[in-house]
Design a protein around this ligand. Structure first.
Ligand SMILES: [Cu+2]
Length: 500
């Protein structure tokens, strides 16, 4: 490294642009700056996530995931985005409430940045918490254009160790393209015991609930045309044992910030020898924390999960999907001198396990009438459909983008969005520019509505409802499925602020 590079490196890392999994606290100097300024270059990148797998994708600043960006509350952010991908690109700042023209949706909030072009993203990152950024031009996020973005909350409890863990899956792009056409032969991959769990719980209640029956389905047994085959499953761009371990001490309180940046897969994650206490959903402080044996993280979701180190040891944090690749989606956490010890593995099945679900975290109770106590000004009812084999359409009320029905609001409106999912897959539905509250799931109200920007809507007749107040900057905020295949096949609409 020459002196110039060294200075550049020093200034960016001190300012809050980092690549390590374990985050150093922001320096006093960095916190003091009025603005974090950086260059974000998207360009081709070839890497080897597994010894026998070489993947030609795209990366921000030559790394997958892109650099961890960290600002403090009230600090401005300015990125000079350079597009060297060979095609159009934009950057979306996921989970942020910022001016609409900074939101990075091509042809909706901005003109796509052409190859060779540049664009200045300049805004006040908010709200505080765990956000992320990714390309909004398909399939660039699947190719590697994503990274974590943390807005420091000065009121947060202090952690002794804090780590950002980006789970992502490296797609077989031929299979990805086939899935977008609805003709993929890849099977669905899920953790052992996932469906057995529902069965068991229902039997405890006396009889099988028809909804659970429907959810079980047979889908996971066969190829329906819409699944993507993967070449590797990674944490922070590597597969175990090449993932960078996290070193801890007895007594440490450890905060894991976990992001699922997979193009299509829901991840179930557990830590050997420990339960995890979840405090934030999609970066937003939950009304009450919940302690679980495993996390369920839908595509684009984030959870802040804490644990305390009670004794010396080595433990594996691992994805629970049953396939061979998932064994690599793991990371070692150990105390000093224990890095060579055989690590304690987590549970290997979800059967009988209390894992993070919305009804568990939000405490499901009988459906309230009305769903939200005070007035509702705008109500949207969306049926999620499509996905027939060979028919590349994933629909909202029978239509694909841009023909889907829109939600039109005036500033200050109280909005209720109700989803009913008629397909056999769950959909990670995401709304830009807002934090909503998940108030209902599968016919149950949530006593503690979860503050989120993305939620999985369960399959086979499952429902979910969001409540939010239209208090974001005016503009067009898209609402779409974050499964990249479904998004590419039209499952998108928007919330439009009317000028009033
Ligand atoms: Cu979907």
């Amino acid at each position: 490294m020459n002196r110039r590079d060294l200075l550049k490196w020093m200034s960016t890392s001190a300012l809050g642009v980092m690549s390590a999994a374990v985050l150093p606290p922001m320096s006093a100097w960095a916190k003091d700056q009025d603005m974090l300024e950086m260059t974000l270059t998207a360009q081709p990148y070839t890497y080897t996530p597994l010894p026998n797998v070489t993947f030609s994708g795209l990366a921000y600043n030559g790394q997958i995931p892109g650099p961890v960006i960290r600002t403090r509350a009230g600090q401005r952010f300015r990125a000079r985005f350079l597009n060297r991908t060979g095609t159009d690109s934009t950057v979306h700042w996921h989970g942020m409430i910022i001016p609409n023209d900074m939101d990075g949706v091509p042809n909706v909030t901005q003109k796509p940045v052409p190859d060779g072009g540049a664009f200045i993203y300049d805004f006040m990152p908010a709200p505080t918490g765990f956000r992320w950024y990714h390309s909004h031009v398909s399939p660039q996020a699947a190719l590697g254009l994503f990274g974590a973005f943390i807005v420091d909350d000065p009121h947060d409890e202090k952690a002794d160790v804090e780590a950002v863990l980006v789970f992502h899956d490296v797609p077989n792009m031929q299979s990805f393209r086939a899935a977008v056409k609805g003709v993929s032969d890849a099977p669905m991959v899920e953790p052992p015991g996932l469906h057995g769990q529902m069965k068991m719980k229902s039997m405890n209640m006396g009889a099988m609930h028809p909804m659970d029956m429907k959810h079980m389905g047979q889908k996971h047994m066969m190829a329906m045309g819409d699944e993507v085959a993967y070449l590797a499953r990674c944490v922070n761009g590597a597969a175990y044992p090449r993932t960078r371990p996290i070193k801890v001490k007895v007594g440490d309180r450890v905060r894991l910030r976990i992001l699922n940046a997979s193009p299509t897969m829901t991840h179930y994650i557990a830590l050997g020898g420990h339960k995890l206490t979840v405090t934030h959903s999609d970066g937003n402080l939950m009304e009450r924390p919940v302690t679980v044996e495993a996390l369920r993280v839908g595509v684009a979701e984030r959870y802040d999960a804490w644990f305390e180190v009670a004794k010396e040891g080595a433990w594996l944090l691992e994805d629970l999907a049953g396939d061979q690749l998932s064994r690599g989606q793991a990371l070692l956490i150990h105390t000093a001198g224990m890095e060579k010890a055989p690590p304690i593995k987590p549970i290997q099945t979800l059967a009988g396990v209390e894992y993070f679900t919305y009804p568990l975290a939000g405490v499901a109770e009988p459906l309230r009438h009305p769903l939200v106590r005070e007035r509702i000004d705008v109500e949207a009812n969306f049926i999620l459909g499509g996905g027939k084999r060979g028919v590349p359409r994933w629909t909202i009320n029978g239509e694909v983008w841009p023909h889907t029905p829109k939600i039109r609001v005036r500033r200050g409106d109280r909005v209720l969005v109700r989803f009913k999912n008629h397909t056999d897959m769950s959909h990670p539905m995401h709304l830009h520019g807002h934090v909503f509250k998940l108030v209902e799931l599968d016919g149950k109200s949530l006593k503690y509505p979860l503050p989120k920007d993305t939620t999985l809507i369960p399959p086979n007749g499952g429902t979910g409802s969001w409540f939010f107040e239209a208090t974001s900057p005016p503009g067009r905020w898209v609402l779409h499925c974050h499964n990249e295949v479904h998004h590419a096949d039209g499952m998108m609409t928007e919330v439009d602020y009317l000028k009033s």
